[in-house]
Design a protein around this ligand. Sequence first.
Ligand code: SF4
Length: 260
Amino acid sequence: MLDSSELEKSFEPRKRVVIGVIGATCLLVLIIGFLLWWVPSVGLSSIHPTLPAVLGVIVAVTSLIILGGLSLLILTLLLGRDLFFSQRLRGIVIKYLFSVITALGRLLGVDKDKLQQSFIALNNELVRSKKLRVPANRVMILLPHCVQLFDCAIKITGDVNQCVACGRCDIQGLARVAKAYGVDIAVATGGTIARKLIVERRPKLILAVACERDLTSGIRDTYPLPVIGIHNRRPNGPCFNTRVVVEEVEQVLREHIVSE
Ligand code: SF4
């Protein structure tokens, strides 16, 4: 079994990719803004000579608002601090920007996994920038069932604490960390179960572990609930004996738990 440091090496934060894609989006906004002004302005000037200027002002103000939001996003990412409207920015990123990032990333030939990792990194930074401090009993670690060793005879989907800590998979470390910090930990076998667990246990912060695809849809589905996503590692292929860097989970807990 690979240890955590080896797992860590195979992945790196995708912040740079997402900043690049946001930069490209800024450029696209400028180009579209210019075209939206330039194409109709010829016809408009024949109606009234001031109309192109009026349209220019409208397009310029709209473009500036969009560029301002995107610049704020880049600054929040670079500084890791809640500057302004980070909750609203997160909503815009989740509802709209992700689709733009995906389309643009595809156009630029960026790998889908990398794009989703970028979205997750972007979401995490925006949640982190809020510097949330939550009581341990309102934090939930949500795991996919593929983290458990495939041929483990113990059924942990109902209760992770059934694990007898044999050490053959990362459930051992994750259950230990959850116990040490006093946080809820659960395994979801799919999106429906995950949603049910969230409704029942009403966490204020979710630390979700899953593949990029499931994290992306989970983060979008559960908005506005703050979710920090940690993608699992798949040295054995998808959905089979996947791995988690337990230190990453512990780091998030250290950052966000407040003692009551
Ligand atoms: S660590 Fe726990 S869940 Fe993993 S194989 Fe051992 S008993 Fe099963």
